[in-house]
Design a protein around this ligand. Structure first.
Ligand SMILES: *Cc1c(COP(=O)(O)O)cnc(C)c1O
Length: 485
């Protein structure tokens, strides 16, 4: 069976059910596999999204039966996505865009979060957990509403979300603050995503027994492997590539979860050429890939791609652990250097295996806007700012390396989640209405595209949550609310 080790110690590996329930290991490390299950694409080529999901999740997640996984997968995607393909692969110009935003909150987090509650409830039953599951979430904008939707009214669970007061889009905020389910709460903090994530990690170490819906939870990553396989098999079915031919993926990256799922797919045998790590001006990952030095001591920029405004990309720890030959002691040292000094570095030799798989590019605000306008003009395809970063990164990668491998751009959000940024990309001097719903109307009129129903339905609702606290108050807030939700 597959056992999950903490990246920071060799003791007590756990099965997937326990790793999902705990979220983070007691020593602060992240649960990860030392060996990845082999899933040759030939062996799954006739499966649809659900079949693929069942196959991949049962290969990765020990401690669940095949039947439990199948039931969870069916429930997760039934009626929650607004297209039958769940994650369609769309051609735009001579590129392919993998649309991951057709779920209930119009961002890619739904692809994994829609199944997490099922896995957690099953895991809770197995460990004979008597009390309710309390799920804590730090969000840079999209995870929060996606988790609130996923856990809404799920018996035996409560979800509490912390989001940065500034930086997130008005629609992202409305999706959280208007959520009606009585077992969910959202609270703003005076700080950025890194402050929220640091606070949440501290609470996990101080109050064991809480669960995480962030991508530090392996139960978030495993379902994301599925869409890499699905995209690859779609290209084979279209006749665009032959089975076995490599494909590149360009991934708009923040906490390094989405792209790490691509890495796991590659370890399982999916013929991925290069994973292009695309950053905005918070380009700490790009610098790491170039130099082997990860240094968070820099200015934090609030950008038009807010879900990527992150300086401490948690899931990188799992890649570091792999590159260091699963040496928990060494990984531990690097991570304490990061938390104590704000930086760590790894040697050229240790970077070599990473460089064989990843490329990186970063894209500033002006280029992001230019890309949105240009791609729409030339292909009629409308990119959201996060996807635009990945699109431009794919172009830069091709320019810098001469690599001509077929490239899939991961599209992580609907452009209608960020109407003012997209409208300004078309015309920086345009005078925009204040109100998000008027902005959406304007974007629909300019592009002749339709906003997803899920976004339209939160507009105009009255917020239920208005609390704003300092990061230092997070622990007290959880203790206060844990009893009452
Ligand atoms: C979360 C998010 C990202 C970043 O994904 P990571 O897994 O954190 O790297 C990119 N784009 C959007 C729209 C997101 O919501």
């Amino acid at each position: 069976v597959n056992l999950f080790f903490s990246t920071r110690s060799d003791e007590k590996p756990v099965d997937a059910a326990e790793a999902i329930l705990k979220g983070i290991a007691p020593d602060g490390g992240l649960y990860t596999l030392r060996q990845f299950p082999l899933i040759p694409p030939q062996s799954v080529q006739n499966l649809d999204y659900r079949g693929l999901g069942s196959k991949i999740l049962s290969s990765y997640l020990s401690g669940f039966t095949q039947e439990e996984i199948e039931r969870s997968v069916s429930k997760a995607y039934a009626g929650k996505f607004d297209v039958p393909e769940i994650v369609p692969l769309v051609k735009a110009g001579n590129r392919y865009v993998l649309e991951l935003f057709h779920g209930p909150t119009a961002a890619f987090k739904d692809a994994a979060l829609s199944i997490l509650p099922q896995l957690m409830s099953l895991a809770a039953k197995k460990t004979e957990l008597e009390k309710d599951l309390v799920i804590l979430v730090a969000t840079s904008g999209d995870t929060g509403s996606s988790a609130m939707h996923a856990f809404a009214d799920v018996k035996g669970t409560r979800a509490l979300v912390f989001y940065p007061e500034k930086g997130i889009s008005p629609i992202q905020k409305a999706q959280m603050t208007t959520m009606e389910a009585s077992n969910t709460i959202a609270c703003a903090i005076r700080g950025n995503f890194d402050d929220a994530q640091t606070g949440v990690k501290k609470i996990f170490s101080a109050m064991p027994g809480l669960s995480s819906a962030n991508s530090i939870n392996i139960g978030r990553l495993a379902p994301q492997i599925v869409y890499y396989y699905n995209a690859y098999l779609s290209l084979v079915r279209m006749g665009r590539i032959k089975m076995g031919e490599p494909v590149n993926f360009s991934v708009p990256t923040g906490n390094f979860g989405d792209i790490l799922a691509g890495f796991m797919a590659k370890q399982s045998g999916l013929p991925i050429g290069t994973l292009i790590c695309a950053s905005n001006q918070n380009n700490v990952l790009h610098d790491f890939f170039q130099t082997g030095v990860y240094d968070r001591r820099r200015e934090f920029h609030v950008s038009i791609s807010p879900s990527m405004d992150i300086l401490v990309s948690s899931n990188l720890e799992r890649l570091i652990y792999w590159a260091l030959g699963c040496d928990a002691g060494l990984t531990s040292q690097k991570m304490s250097s990061l938390s104590q000094n704000g930086a760590f570095s790894i040697s050229e030799a240790q970077m070599a295996p990473i460089r064989g798989i990843f490329a990186s590019e970063w894209v500033d605000e002006r280029q992001t806007e230019k890309t949105i306008a240009q791609v729409f003009r030339e292909t009629g395809y409308l990119l959201d700012p996060h996807t635009a970063v990945a699109w431009r990164a794919a172009e830069l990668h091709e320019m810098h390396s001469g690599d001509r491998t077929v490239c899939v751009v991961l599209s992580t959000a609907s452009p209608f989640k960020f109407p003012s940024s997209v409208l300004k990309a078309f015309d920086s001097s345009a005078i925009l209405p204040e109100d998000a719903s008027a902005q959406i109307d304007m974007l629909q009129n300019v592009t002749l595209k339709k906003a997803p129903q899920s976004i339209l339905s939160v507009l105009g609702k009255k917020p239920r949550f208005t609390d704003v606290i300092d990061p230092s108050q997070m622990m007290a807030y959880v203790i206060d609310k844990e009893m009452k939700i």
